[in-house]
Ligand binder design. Structure first.
Ligand SMILES: [Zn+2]
Length: 143
């Protein structure tokens, strides 16, 4: 007898549920668990409506955690913002000034290479800092 080869393929994240209060579509882990009024309610609406307390909604970030995460991300990508600005200044004005154009080209090339190296060498520290700033969250059973 032949075995059935066609199988159901469940791809996580393909079908995302819709919150019945705000009509927002989120992944399953951003919904609260329960029946009745708790059915199909996202975490943000559940806290606003008082279905769960703020402590129970562990994957909802509070303000200090939010700003800490934002500053971590900003610190990682800030050099590229400055480099873009400096390259823009160089291309528009300083390039035509004879000795200083060459000095700035040399400086910008060095800075760009250094920031690329620093970007890749600090990747592990960045991801560890960001995971330290991410609260532990267990996906509830059935979600
Ligand atoms: Zn909602």
């Amino acid at each position: 007898m032949l075995e059935m080869t066609a199988r159901f393929r469940v791809v996580r994240g393909k079908k995302m549920p819709t919150c019945r209060l705000c009509s927002g579509t989120y992944p399953r882990e951003f919904f609260i668990h329960g029946n009745g009024p708790n059915t199909q309610v996202c975490v943000r609406c559940a806290v606003e409506q008082g279905y769960v307390s703020k402590d129970e909604a562990t994957n909802l970030y509070d303000d200090t955690l939010k700003s800490a995460r934002l500053s971590t991300v900003t610190r990682r990508y800030r050099p590229f913002l400055y480099l873009t600005m400096l390259w823009g200044i160089y291309i528009t004005t300083i390039r035509s000034i004879n000795p200083w154009g060459w000095y700035m080209l040399l400086m910008l090339t060095l800075l760009t290479l250094i920031s690329i190296v620093v970007f890749f060498t600090s990747a592990a520290k960045y991801s560890s800092t960001l995971s330290r700033l991410t609260p532990d969250y267990d996906r509830p059973k059935g979600h």
